[in-house]
Design a protein around this ligand. Structure first.
Ligand SMILES: O=C(O)C1=C[C@@H](OP(=O)(O)O)[C@@H](O)[C@H](O)C1
Ligand SMILES: C=C(OP(=O)(O)O)C(=O)O
Length: 425
């Protein structure tokens, strides 16, 4: 499905409220924890494909599961199936079969797990014979994906003697580990996380941090509520940033004390004139200023999922941007650095330079183009949604727009509510 997005016919000032689905990161952690501790009740689960894939896999009686594009499901289930009895093969989409998993698989094998690569060494699909984990200390590289670490942490309290996880290298996507620690502790798990100031040398690898997780038989909190997804809120921050002063939009249900690292959007979008206020569990976004920075420099090592959104906001507003800390973007749903360079360069206002882990954008404010700008999405939900707000400046043709269901199935319906004219072609 391709969608033509055209500028809102009339500017819309009536205040709208959107209900964004639950965080897929929180949901997928809690589903694994619920599989291990069935008395756990979860409220406001995400309705994203990634969460549906996780639920279906956990409910399935079959010994073959396919988790589509869901990175968290792939990684968390690999650890989960290693920790329980039975033989399962797990696979995913074509892209998932190109997303590396060796760091996690080798870590699991080092503590006794029996896992085989069915195709290419280091990549899904995998065959897992569960129930063989027998060691209590595991060491892995922390700089490639935090999901490998979360996967081990989630099963740790169900192992007879718990697990000591030694992290080598510099931890990436740290808030996602904090989210996992937060949930484990709220269920009553003892987690000791020592963040060493000086990295220590052990077996020729630099050890930076150690996470020790004790076993737990019975959880203390039986009911937990998933907060709405902050990563999805980013597209509305971007939309509001492109509107006139005074424009307001309300998103629900968000908590002032969020466990999601992407809540940092509140700070990032101040530079783009957007103010955030909390009213009960609602997030009110207001465009308050058009005196904007000429250039921003932002390190997104902790919020990698906001890179495309912030890039697109800057492109629309004509703000030069230097985005760093992006090394994980190359192994996500697509190579997001290459995708941003490709699609971003289709806007005549921009010049883009990239390195292995940075993007530098030089641009002037976006003006209407003669023809719709084609946004290829490369199987990546965030390519579609990050560029969509730019429809209030120029027409866009979003290719394969159905990709949004990975995290935010209602996205196009919500975009219609702000009056963007959407035609399926
Ligand atoms: O643990 C999680 O829920 C996630 C961790 C991040 O991945 P990396 O740790 O691979 O950067 C993030 O990009 C992803 O969308 C969700
Ligand atoms: C990177 C993402 O997801 P995952 O790695 O879980 O597929 C994402 O949603 O942006």
């Amino acid at each position: 499905m391709d969608l033509l997005l055209e500028k809102p016919i009339e500017s819309l000032n009536k205040e709208l409220t959107f209900t964004i689905t639950g965080s897929k990161s929180e949901s997928n952690r809690l589903l694994i924890l619920q599989a291990l501790y069935p008395e756990l009740e979860i409220h406001n689960l995400s309705n994203s494909d990634d969460t549906v894939h996780m639920q279906e896999a956990l409910m399935s009686q079959k010994n073959h599961v396919n988790i589509g594009h869901a990175g968290t499901a792939m990684r968390f289930l690999t650890a989960y199936y290693s920790s329980i009895e039975g033989i399962v093969t797990i696979t995913g989409s074509q892209r998932m079969q190109q997303r590396p998993i060796a760091v996690l698989v080798e870590a699991l094998k080092s503590i006794g797990a029996k896992i085989e690569y069915l195709n290419e060494e280091g990549y899904p699909p995998l065959q897992i014979e569960g129930g063989h984990i027998n060691a209590t200390i595991v060491k892995l590289n922390a700089s490639i994906s935090s999901q490998y670490i979360t996967a081990l942490m989630l099963i740790a309290p169900s192992l007879k003697n718990g697990l000591k996880i030694e992290l080598a290298g510099k931890l990436t996507s740290r808030p996602y580990i904090e989210m996992t620690v937060g949930y484990l502790r709220s269920l009553g798990v003892t987690v000791n996380w020592s963040k060493q100031d000086t990295a220590i040398q052990k077996d020729k690898q630099i050890l930076s941090e150690v996470i020790q997780i004790k076993p737990l038989d019975t959880i203390i909190h039986k009911s937990l509520t998933v907060e709405s997804d902050w990563s999805s809120a980013g597209y509305w921050y971007s939309w509001v940033a492109l509107q006139e002063i005074g424009y307001k939009l309300t998103l629900q249900y968000y908590f002032k004390e969020s466990v999601q690292g992407d809540s940092k959007l509140q700070e990032y979008y101040e530079a783009f004139g957007v103010q955030t206020t909390f009213v009960n569990e609602q997030l009110v976004l207001t465009k308050i200023s058009d005196k904007l920075a000429q250039r921003v420099v932002i390190n997104l090592v902790n919020e990698p999922d906001q890179a495309q959104t912030i890039f697109a906001t800057c492109l629309a507003l004509g703000i030069n941007a230097h985005l760093t800390g992006l090394h994980t973007l190359r192994i996500k749903e697509t190579d997001r650095i290459a995708a941003l360079k490709d699609v971003g360069s289709r806007f005549r206002e921009s010049v883009i330079q990239t390195t292995q882990d940075t993007i530098t954008l030089t641009c002037v404010p976006l003006a209407p183009h003669d023809k719709p700008v084609v946004i290829d999405t490369f199987d990546d939900h965030r390519m579609a949604m990050a560029f969509a707000p730019l429809a209030c400046r120029t027409s866009l043709l979003i290719k394969d727009a159905g990709v949004v269901t990975k995290s935010y199935p209602q996205f196009w319906d919500d975009l219609k509510r702000v009056n963007v004219n959407i035609t399926e072609i």
